[in-house]
Design a protein around this ligand. Structure first.
Ligand code: PMP
Length: 380
């Protein structure tokens, strides 16, 4: 398993602790410094494997600044109470075209806006403006490899007191190199003893920072029990999703996935898989409630998400899935996805936003003409 992303905690040079938590100081003395630019140079390969954040620039409130200036106070509301929402967006490097393709980035920013609505937050940039900022950020860092973009909106006031109203909302974005998040060569999963957060507890439909404690509890339990990933059930006992992935299963040649009302994050990769399955295999996906024991008798299972990509599952709770190898449909979706995200399939160009140059103009049935309109294509 890859090491977790490293966020180092440090002290700003000019700040010296002169009293308890800044009470004697005009500015907060102790700051969390987001060392996005790693201080000790790591070997290149290690940087990729661990996801160490070594970006030179980050974006805060619409402005690109040196990563070493990306400071957040320890009293920040979002840090104390998990009052933030975020996205994870991948960009795939294609060495043949010398470009990075940001995958379905506009849909991610639309979901970020929806999360903000649910959390009573304001994000003062439209999805198109956020796309333009992301492109500029990647360019400024000069990345020429697979990357991961993390935009976050958070309650930024330095106050004590739990609420959502009457607080300032800040926003940042970082772009860092990223390899595989979980193996894509066949993983073993365990059904978690932790239940998935309910829409009326912490809305799973919003990608809320605080909600990821639920994922973290399940993931750690699964890893400590020897599994690669957790599968969480709803309070009612229906299959919901992985700690950071949606779930699909194949039974009797049909594709099934938990319905949107089973406390899942409505994944953009989930939607991508459904569209690939329909277009490439003529299979419509059945969105429905799924019981735990259906996992044990499925012919194929795979998890999917921006980080996880398409991750076939070969065992659940020590029961072998299918014949214990990656199933035919799973394999085909893994392969199609890998091609599509790297810009090797022109019929899916409308999902890609190139960073460094325009995509070749190639009319297809949806009539998209150039990279500008490609970036602005709404979710299908
Ligand atoms: N569920 C959860 C809990 C997640 O964190 C993710 C990753 N964002 C997903 C599902 C998959 O969503 P997406 O395909 O949009 O990345």
């Amino acid at each position: 398993m890859p090491d977790p992303v490293v966020w180092k905690i440090g002290q700003r040079e000019s700040s010296v602790l002169s009293g308890p938590l800044g009470m004697c100081s005009p500015e907060p003395p102790l700051l969390i410094v987001v060392h996005v630019h790693s201080q000790r140079r790591q070997p290149r390969q290690r940087c990729r494997a661990t996801g160490t954040m070594n970006a030179k620039y980050v974006l805060m409130n619409g402005e690109i600044i040196p990563a070493t200036d990306g400071h957040v106070s320890i009293l920040t509301h979002g840090f104390s109470y998990g009052t933030g929402c975020f996205e994870g967006i991948r960009g795939y490097w294609n060495p043949d075209t010398d470009d990075i393709y940001l995958f379905r980035i506009r849909e991610h920013f639309e979901r970020l806006h929806n999360s903000c609505r649910i959390l009573n937050m304001r994000l003062n940039y439209t999805p198109d403006e956020l796309v333009a900022q992301a492109i500029e950020l990647v360019k400024r860092n000069g990345w020429r490899e697979n990357i991961y973009l993390r935009p976050m909106v958070y309650k930024a006031d330095e106050v004590i007191g739990v609420r959502l109203h009457g607080l300032r909302d800040d926003y940042y974005m970082v772009a860092v190199p990223m390899g595989d998040y979980i193996p894509t060569t066949g993983i073993k999963c365990g059904v978690s003893s932790w239940r998935r957060i309910d829409d009326n507890i912490i809305p799973a439909r919003a990608k809320v920072t605080g909600g990821y404690l639920n994922s973290a509890l399940a993931k750690t339990e699964a890893n400590m029990n020897g599994f690669d990933e957790a599968i969480l059930l709803t309070q009612e006992g229906h299959v919901s999703e992985g700690s950071g992935e949606n779930l699909f299963l194949v039974m009797n040649n049909e594709l099934h996935t938990p319905s949107s009302t089973d406390n899942i994050l409505l994944g953009i990769t989930r939607d991508t898989v459904m569209q690939i399955a329909l277009r490439e295999h003529g299979r419509a996906t059945r969105e429905r409630s799924i019981d735990r024991t259906e996992l044990y008798i499925a012919d194929e299972i795979f998890l999917c998400g921006t980080g996880a990509q398409i991750a076939p599952v070969i065992e659940v709770d020590h029961r072998v899935i299918g014949d214990g190898t990656i199933g035919t449909l799973s394999r085909s979706i893994v392969d199609n996805y890998a091609e599509i995200v790297r810009g090797r399939r022109s019929e899916y160009f409308h999902w890609l936003t190139p960073v460094y140059r325009e995509l070749p103009v190639k009319p297809h049935k949806r009539g998209k003409a150039n990279s500008t309109t490609l970036a602005a294509t709404p979710a299908e």
